[in-house]
Write a protein that binds this ligand. Sequence first.
Ligand code: ADP
Ligand code: ASP
Ligand code: MG
Length: 424
Amino acid sequence: MNSELKVFKFGGASLKDTASFLNVANILKTQTPDVVVLSASGKITDKLESLIQAYHKKSIEQQDIWHDIKSYHIALAASLLDQTDEVFDVINDLFVEIDWVLDEEPGADFNYCYDQIIGIGELLSTRIMHALLLKLNMKAVWIDARDIITTDDNYREGWVFWNETDVKCKKVIEPHIANGSLVIIPGFIGSTIDNNTVSLGREGSDYSAAILSHCLNAHSLTIWKDVAGVYNADPRFFTDAVLLPVISYQEAIEMTYYGAKVIHLKTIKPLKAKNIPLKVKSFIQPELEGTFFGGIEKVNYPPIIIKESNQILLTIEPKDYSFIAEKDLSFIFNVFHEIGFQVNFMQNTGLHLCICGSCPFFDANQLEQILQPNFAVSIQNNCNLMTIRHYTNELKIKMMENVQVLVIGDVNGTFQMIYMDIAK
Ligand code: ADP
Ligand code: ASP
Ligand code: MG
């Protein structure tokens, strides 16, 4: 463990406008981390996804969306920096790279094309922050994540090559840290061996920060959010949610597995492997303690509620009434893997397999055709999945009131319910 090395990560909400950039710069100045990973500003990644969709559909909206994204960044940079700042040329070069992509015919491999565009948000936000820190007389260096994080070519969810990434981290980043520079790195992206940009999955900047913390043997990783820490339920929807001061790695893995949106699913594993503590703190009130994640043995947790919307409930039945066997399951799960269906719940009986999950990149309604002729498939869209860890019976009953419950499950003290909201 590198005795003092601190890694910070800031997400889009903390970088949405001029005041937010200045606030982050101030936290960096006062708290002196060694490495900082940034997401794209505000909701830019959503806008870039719309751009990519428009490009692929050859829709005329493409021009307006791209124009908005460029204007937003130019206005942001202009509000923070002098007109003569060299970073305006860098920003312009980044725009030209995307112009070139957009001038080409969209290729057949959608995921590859997506990844060649989507990471521009992180490249721009980090370049602007780097220029701002230099203007504030801080010693800072910008490093391209694609020169460090190396992955396979599974576009839109690159799998990390740990040895290569580890070597590059030590070779490229450590000398700058030793030299007293703050290292600024774009989150969310890496690169294949052939130098193609690969994204790590939506919300993947948390994971980027965990990868770098792991390879640099960091002393701690702090993820800065618009909330005071991690609560037992999303405070945006549950007004009586309570802050959890400490969470074990195991509980964090369970929470993120069931869909807790506050940290990316893959973040904990690389930290746990080296016992690196994770803190989640508020960028609005940095003086608060926040939540500490680590190798803690016994914690008495209150019930922890995780709600996922826009879920698809699939009921799969073999047409010949044979039992669903390992062979069938392996066929079905292989299809899920191919189309990127993310399973959040499953239950099976002799004749039914009930699956709940989401399918962000593929129209799940087409599953019926794919799984024919052997299976009958029924599909219900727009479901919710609620998971309650450490539940009490009172809470379980309360949550089942006023909703249409479709399926329930209960494994090892974790209650799950798939339901539809009742229209009021
Ligand atoms: P960023 O991408 O800026 O890092 P996110 O928007 O991904 O941040 O995460 C912060 C949001 O996560 C909060 O605004 C909050 O609504 C939501 N959230 C969901 N579950 C929880 C939870 N258990 N505790 C705290 N925040 C949560
Ligand atoms: N900007 C990317 C996203 O919105 C990655 C991240 O913010 O973590 O998904
Ligand atoms: Mg996020």
